[in-house]
Design a protein around this ligand. Structure first.
Ligand code: ATP
Length: 303
């Protein structure tokens, strides 16, 4: 059962399609009020995960809960909006007519909300234009307006900026950020790292259906601290540093020793080396980008 701090919890959630393992033992927790990124290359299982959580695909094994799901999935889904299963809008109806139509048949929200929703997603002034005249960005916005009917507490957005130009992407990203305020939780899937880095509070990284890492974006990046050292004897430095349990991933690159270690311990490194008569002539700290981290863990930059 999802605890009050987590809106979604999955336990060993698994989906096989014949011989294909689309999602493989996924255990993740989505904190309430976060914009949470489900990040992974194409085919890593993001859509399948969302589809299981929305009751559209039956898990092969494992379990999940939405909110406190003692009321059952169907009741929980009344509190969820999604653009994974958004309707195919009618090209010859206007944006407003489409929303009215689908609001009516889905019973979600009320027709009185539609003007406010069009404004919320930046379609004010375009609501009375036919859907077929909309740009891709506007179509995505209309999908978001549909997902927001009834003011859901949890939103599922599957690749919401897919196929959009950079300006449209930036606008939709700002919109998503604004949707993740006031306690609403947004689960966003994306294969675009910079999108997730810019929009999400926390993230789960998937590769071939498996969870590779999850956590707060800032914490994940902090765990990627790097220290680069120029020393009087790199080989000996590597030997000395290998004995430290708080230093990992030691390598020599371009004549410098590069290690994964907390950046606030740079002077400890220098002192330790000095004791072994290896002297540090230059030291610098930095962070791997989420991009290089992602590349490393999935072998895919997602672009
Ligand atoms: P993308 O970014 O390309 O949408 P994704 O991360 O959302 O990818 P999924 O669409 O969940 O990944 O697919 C995960 C794996 O499951 C892929 O190998 C895909 O081919 C397979 N798959 C997904 N749906 C089905 C299905 N209905 N039948 C058979 N295989 C499927």
């Amino acid at each position: 059962m999802a605890s009050s701090g987590h809106v979604i919890e999955t336990t060993s959630l698994t989906k096989h399609y014949g011989g294909i393992v689309a999602v493989d033992g996924l255990s993740m927790s989505v904190p309430r009020g976060h914009v949470f990124g489900l990040l992974g290359p194409n085919g890593s299982g993001k859509t399948t995960t969302m589809s299981m959580l929305l009751g559209l695909v039956r898990p092969t094994a494992g379990s999940f809960s939405l909110f406190d799901s003692s009321d059952g999935l169907e009741a929980a889904l009344h509190r969820v909006g999604a653009i994974i299963e958004s309707p195919s809008f009618y090209p010859y109806l206007t944006g407003r007519q489409n929303l009215l139509y689908f609001q009516g048949i889905s019973g979600r929200g009320s027709s009185d909300e539609i003007d406010a929703l069009l404004e919320r997603v930046g379609l004010e002034g375009r609501g009375d234009h036919k859907f077929r005249t909309y740009s891709l960005g506007m179509k995505q916005r209309l999908g978001l307006a549909y997902a927001l009917l009834g003011d859901p507490e949890l939103l599922f957005l599957d690749e919401p900026t897919n196929g959009m130009d950079p300006a449209g992407m930036a606008e939709v990203r700002d919109l998503i950020r604004s949707l993740g305020t006031g306690g609403r939780t947004v689960l966003l899937s994306s294969h675009l790292l910079h999108e997730v880095e810019q929009v999400c509070d926390s993230v789960a990284i998937l590769s071939k259906g498996k969870l590779i890492a999850q956590g707060n974006v800032a914490d994940l990046l902090r765990s990627q601290d790097q220290i680069t050292l120029k020393t009087t004897d790199n080989d000996k430095a590597v030997e000395v540093l290998s004995a430290l349990d708080w230093v990992d991933d030691i390598k020599i690159e371009d004549g410098e020793v590069v290690v994964a270690a907390p950046s606030d311990r740079a002077s400890d490194l220098s002192t330790t080396l000095g004791r072994s008569e290896v002297f540090v002539t230059n030291i610098s700290t930095g962070q791997k980008s989420l991009e290089s981290y992602f590349l490393e863990v999935t072998g895919d930059d997602g672009e």
